[in-house]
Design a protein around this ligand. Structure first.
Ligand code: SAM
Length: 221
């Protein structure tokens, strides 16, 4: 990525970023910490150069290999839900994608573990997060449907691709009181769900309709 690219975007980005943050707040995002972190996070470095001028629109954009960078509203909403009960030490993210949600999370929690099943996407995201200087992130090429048991239990788990139902392996890897925020449903219709682990199971709350790519099995190199 050229420095001209950075500079060019930099000239307009503060105004367009502010406009995006105003919009998120109008759409109901209340957590000021989330809004400020998103104002300061350069979303344009997480998309291809050709799409950089659209990076501060409140829309999902293609990132190649049939995947998307999530809509800023959804990133804000999921982060806000995850942090609703206060600060979190360790969070698992399933579906790194571009790495943008990872970057937002890493500025708000102690440590982020992020897994992605498509290797080229993971590598690109790793480069961008390094460029941002974020050091509290561990990334792994893996099928996140089974979670990442080696670092469990997690205070929070955020899933950015939709399974048909709540994956029990993920609930098991939460500490009691920990929360899982994820889209659940078919390829066409999904709802955003918040799950809180209890001593003897979990509580579930259905929040709003969303559109995500499906959670798929296996690893793609
Ligand atoms: N939050 C990401 C961002 O802002 O760029 C959005 C990621 S995209 C909507 C969902 C990602 O989940 C894709 O990159 C996809 O490859 C990944 N994914 C799908 N199934 C997965 C699985 N079982 N394990 C890990 N990653 C998975």
């Amino acid at each position: 990525m050229s420095s001209a690219h950075h500079r060019g975007i930099g000239m307009t980005s503060m105004r367009t970023r502010n406009r995006l943050i105003d919009r998120l707040s109008e759409e109901g995002i209340k957590n000021q910490g989330v809004l400020e972190v998103m104002r300061g996070t350069p979303r344009h470095i997480f998309v291809e150069e050709a799409l950089a001028s659209r990076a501060y629109e409140d829309t999902a954009l293609p990132i190649g290999l049939g995947q998307t960078i999530s809509q800023p509203y959804i990133v804000a909403r999921m982060t806000e839900l995850l942090l609703e009960d206060g600060p979190l030490k360790n969070v698992l993210e399933v579906g790194t994608g571009s790495g943008y949600q990872t970057a937002v999370l890493a500025q708000m929690v102690g440590r982020v573990y992020s897994v992605e099943r498509i290797e080229p996407l993971l590598q690109q995201a790793r480069g961008r997060l390094r460029e941002m200087g974020l050091k509290n992130i561990r990334m792994k090429l893996s099928d996140g449907g089974m979670g990442l048991p080696e670092y469990a239990p997690y205070d929070g788990i955020l899933v950015t691709a939709a399974p048909a139902g709540i994956p029990l392996a993920l609930v098991e890897q939460l500490r009691v009181g920990g929360r899982l925020v994820l889209p659940v449903g078919s390829a066409r219709e999904q709802v955003l769900v918040k799950v809180v682990k209890t001593e003897d199971g979990y509580d579930k709350e259905i929040l709003e309709q969303v559109v995500f790519v499906p959670l798929l099995g296996g690893v793609q190199r």
